[in-house]
Every structure is written in structure tokens, then in C-alpha cells.
Design a protein around this ligand. Structure first.
Ligand SMILES: Nc1ncnc2c1ncn2[C@@H]1O[C@H](COP(=O)(O)OP(=O)(O)OP(=O)(O)O)[C@@H](O)[C@H]1O
Length: 322
């Protein structure tokens, strides 16, 4: 018995697989090859669409949807948070809610971790093949009306220090691949923290949560969170949970390097950083974050152009075969 042996999946279902073969330093390719083998064994038809460049999945999903039979076919995404993000973003541009199956094969896989997807992709595939009803998954929409910046987030949108970390990581691509190959995902991020700290800048933030406005100065990070994780399993906001009809804003205020190390130690061990005077958390359904100057900004681990954003966030959802 290998988890694929029941006959309950629909034989007519054809799978459209969108895959980033490079995700997780080659894990994507391994998962695709195994899935290919399994689907062939089960005589389940599929088409494979490989992403060929950054952001390709945004347009690819639109082509897939235009060509698929919406009654019988299913979408399967194989890759990391970035690839899933792009698929959901591409779909939200079409304003269509077509369910997707997802096999995490990335470096961080924070979204999969947050919603407890199986770590074994064999189990994940078996679940998807047998899923009868798609499940609703919360995500968020962000918009800066003036800058005409709009998008979707599954994990987090962070401004300031965490944007800087992603910027540094993007410039150290090789190092990131080496570390992820030896499964040190958290180290990849922690490794860049000292570097980002040296180059940090602090800023002022105006935050509105369900119509209540507060201001903060000397801010290091201001972010919107859909669930607890950042950077490959770093539980930065332990009080956030997915699918609670709520989003959180997390503010980390400026602190000395020794205090940053103390805060990080708590993040990685007890989670007691939430009681620190440097950490603030607010939660609600509609959020706004307005920064006082352009700061590095990331959404789901991908950089946005550095601008002085005034973002409005609201809850949204997509459908997942799980
Ligand atoms: N063929 C390709 N060549 C270069 N970049 C690609 C290619 N296909 C996808 N990408 C880009 O690679 C980035 C990362 O992809 P993905 O999230 O799937 O993997 P990961 O970074 O290993 O995982 P995670 O985001 O979970 O850490 C995304 O921005 C995506 O657009």
C-alpha cells in the first residue's frame, strides 16, 4: 500500500502541472520526475508547463486556464512559495477562483508549513488525487492606489529590515543555493541578518487597523502577516494563524545589535519575543501601513520596487485541493 492505491480519483481528470524545476535547488525537478512517474503508473493524463524565468508563472497560469476544461481538469503547482504566489497572483488578475493543488518543493516553503501540508510529497500527491472538495485558504490583497501597486500575498508583506535581508539574499544567490542544498534554510536568512543590520535604516510608520490609527517612530520592520512564518520556518509572529479571518501587523522597533540577537534567540526558541518592548502586534480585518520614506519591501520573499508605500490590506482567499 503506497497511498496511491485507492481508485476514488476521477479517471477523466487531466492535470495541468505548473512547475519550477529550479525551486529548492533542484528539489522541484525531483518532485516533477516522481509525480510524472506516479501519474503515468495510474494512467492519469497530465500536461507539464515549466517556468522559464522569474514571474513566468503569472502569465503561464492565465494560458493554462484559457486552455483547460474547467469541469474536469485540475491544476497542480510544484515549486516554492514564490511559484505558488505567482500562480495565485496570475489567477487573481483574471478574477477567477480555480482550485489548485500544491506540492511544496522550495527552499522556504513557509505557506505549506503554515497550513500543515504533508512534508512528504508522495502523501501530498495522494491527498490531491483523492480530494473531492477544494478548501478555502486565506490570503491577502495589498494596494497602494496612488502608486498603482496592487497584488496578492500568501505569507507576508514586510517593509524595512526584512526587505533588506531579501535584497542581500538576492545578491548572494549562489550562497543561498549552497545553504539550501544542505537544508539550512533558516541559516540562509540568519546569515544575512548582520549584513542587513549594518545597512538598515529606520523610519516612521502610520498604521490603521479596522479604522484605529497609531504611529510609530524608529521602526525597523513593519509588516502584514497572514501566518506565523518568515524565512523558511522562522516563527516571527507566533500569534498569527492562517484561516482566522484576520490579518496581523507586526512592528519591530529599532534596537541595538545585542538586543537584536537576544530578540532573535527568543524568536527561534521560546517565542517570548512577543513580550519584548521592541515588538508590537495588531490584528484586524482591514489594515493600512504608511511609511515615511522609501524602504526595501518584500512580499512572500520577492522584492517590490523601493517606494514610499501606503498600503491597504484586506483579506482574500483562494481554493486548494488538499
Ligand atoms: N526557470 C527559472 N529561472 C529562473 N528563475 C525562475 C525560474 N522559474 C521560476 N523562477 C523564479 O524563482 C523564484 C523562486 O522560486 P520558488 O519560490 O519556486 O523556489 P524557492 O525560492 O526555492 O522556494 P521558496 O520561495 O519557498 O523559498 C521565483 O521568483 C520564480 O519566479
Amino acid at each position: 500500500m503506497n497511498g496511491y492505491d485507492t481508485k476514488e480519483y476521477k479517471m477523466t481528470t487531466r492535470y495541468h502541472i505548473i512547475a519550477n524545476l529550479h525551486s529548492g535547488s533542484g528539489k522541484g525537478k525531483k518532485v516533477v520526475l516522481d509525480v510524472h512517474k506516479k501519474l503515468n503508473e495510474k494512467k492519469i493524463p497530465f500536461l507539464l508547463y515549466q517556468t522559464e524565468y522569474r514571474k513566468h508563472a503569472i502569465t503561464l497560469i492565465q494560458k493554462v486556464i484559457a486552455n483547460m476544461n474547467l469541469e474536469t481538469d485540475r491544476i497542480l503547482v510544484i515549486g516554492g512559495d514564490g511559484t505558488l504566489h505567482e500562480v495565485i497572483a496570475g489567477m487573481s488578475l483574471l478574477e477567477k477562483k480555480i482550485p489548485v493543488g500544491y506540492l511544496p518543493a522550495g527552499t522556504g516553503n513557509d505557506f505549506a508549513r503554515a497550513i500543515d501540508l504533508p512534508t512528504s510529497y508522495h502523501k501530498g500527491l495522494a491527498n490531491i488525487l483523492h480530494a473531492e472538495e477544494p478548501q478555502i485558504m486565506e490570503c491577502f490583497l495589498y494596494e497602494d492606489a496612488e502608486l498603482k501597486t496592487i497584488g496578492v500575498g500568501l505569507n507576508s508583506l514586510g517593509m524595512g529590515f526584512d526587505g533588506k535581508i531579501i535584497e542581500i539574499l538576492d545578491n548572494k544567490h549562489t550562497k543561498r543555493n549552497i545553504l539550501s542544498a544542505v537544508r539550512l534554510e533558516k541559516l540562509i536568512y540568519l546569515n544575512s541578518i548582520a549584513d542587513a543590520f549594518k545597512k538598515r535604516k529606520t523610519f516612521e510608520v502610520e498604521v490603521t487597523v479596522d479604522n484605529k490609527t497609531s504611529t510609530y517612530s524608529d521602526v525597523l520592520i513593519a509588516g502584514a502577516m497572514n501566518h506565523p512564518y518568515f524565512g523558511g520556518g522562522i516563527k516571527i509572529d507566533p500569534e498569527s494563524n492562517p484561516n482566522t479571518s484576520e490579518l496581523a501587523i507586526m512592528i519591530i522597533k529599532n534596537l541595538s545589535f545585542p538586543n537584536l540577537v537576544r530578540l532573535l534567540t527568543k524568536v527561534l526558541t521560546s517565542g517570548k519575543h512577543i513580550h519584548s518592548p521592541y515588538f508590537e502586534r495588531l490584528a484586524g480585518k482591514e489594515l493600512e501601513i504608511k511609511v515615511s520614506e522609501p524602504v526595501p519591501t518584500q512580499v512572500d520573499g520577492e522584492l517590490l520596487p523601493e517606494e514610499q508605500y501606503h498600503f491597504h490590506f484586506k483579506l482574500s482567499a483562494f481554493l486548494l485541493w488538499k
